[in-house]
Design a protein around this ligand. Structure first.
Ligand SMILES: Cc1ncc(COP(=O)(O)O)c(C=O)c1O
Length: 281
């Protein structure tokens, strides 16, 4: 059963729970994480929680809870939901206080949802997806998993309206990432992705792909590439927690490689399934 939780209380997803003067609601003043659960077990939970703390520190959130408190909260919520294949969405905001830009002296608000996974459309898994290129209009601290997602939302909607699955973002002519994914290209058997910087989120799936590349002897090269290089790639794929590895076969209407999911992408996808089965908490 899909469930919600806020500040110590389990609630139904449609139950009214957040006061108007909540800083997540008023300012988007908070951070979040999305954690995948396979067969009742969390995947790379420590990495997600470390990133959560890093995001919290970056926006000066006074979080009194420890990583272990969050781990327990997440495991309890999964058990309560009874779901086996689901996603946990965890959100921390700067709390509930009269609207004022200055930090209030109140406890943070912690909320989460546990929701059944909506599987990626089979045709996308089999045939790949289309993407557009879009100017990266976000701020310069994209390594923070902040609630402020307006530029991501607008770019993704533009992609959708053009019949595309994702918008691949371009900053100064170079590919950064997708609106909710990291972006990879394969060229002559080698895998390229943007190096970690303030301009991209350090994806947990990206981290898993890096580990897998070692196992299958594919070079994982952290090097920025231009939109022109992307269009000339042999293969392109995107990664995130909910969709894992998604092959991209057209960008801006131009065919990538052979126009179907490539050999390296497919190999990494299968290896990721194995990695997921072996590596569960
Ligand atoms: C902007 C952005 N980049 C990358 C990712 C991929 O991160 P992860 O693999 O941890 O889900 C996400 C995930 O939602 C994202 O929002």
């Amino acid at each position: 059963m899909d469930i919600g939780y806020i500040n110590g209380r389990y609630i139904g997803l449609n139950e009214l729970a957040v006061p108007i003067e909540e800083r997540g609601h008023q300012f988007g003043d908070g951070i979040y994480e999305v954690i995948r659960v396979y067969n009742g077990k969390t995947f790379m939970l420590n990495e997600h929680l470390e990133r959560l703390i890093k995001s919290g520190n970056a926006i000066k959130l006074q979080i009194e809870h420890s990583i272990d408190d969050f781990r327990k909260l997440i495991h309890d919520a999964i058990a309560k939901s009874g779901e086996k294949d689901c996603c946990v969405y965890l959100q921390i905001t700067r709390g509930i206080s009269a609207r004022n830009h200055l930090f209030p002296n109140v406890p943070v608000s912690i909320s989460l949802t546990v929701k059944q996974i909506v599987p990626l459309q089979k045709s996308i898994r089999v045939n790949g997806a289309a993407a557009i290129l879009h100017e990266d209009e976000r701020w310069s601290n994209c390594y923070i998993k902040s609630l402020n997602l307006l530029p991501n939302v607008l770019a993704r909607q533009t992609a959708y309206e053009q019949g595309c699955f994702e918008a691949i973002l371009v900053r100064n002519g170079m590919i950064t990432e997708g609106t909710s994914s990291n972006v990879f290209m394969v060229k002559q058997g080698k895998l390229y992705t943007a190096p970690l910087s303030r301009h991209i989120l350090a994806g947990i799936t990206r981290m898993a792909v890096k580990k897998i590349c070692k196992q299958v002897s594919v070079d994982f090269i952290k090097q920025s590439f231009s939109k022109e290089e992307l269009l000339q790639a042999d293969e392109v794929f995107i990664t995130n927690t909910t969709s894992e590895i998604v092959p991209i076969v057209t960008v801006e209407g131009q065919t990538i490689g052979a126009g179907r999911p490539g050999e390296v992408t497919t190999k990494l996808y299968h290896k990721l399934q194995q990695f997921v089965a072996d590596c569960k908490e």
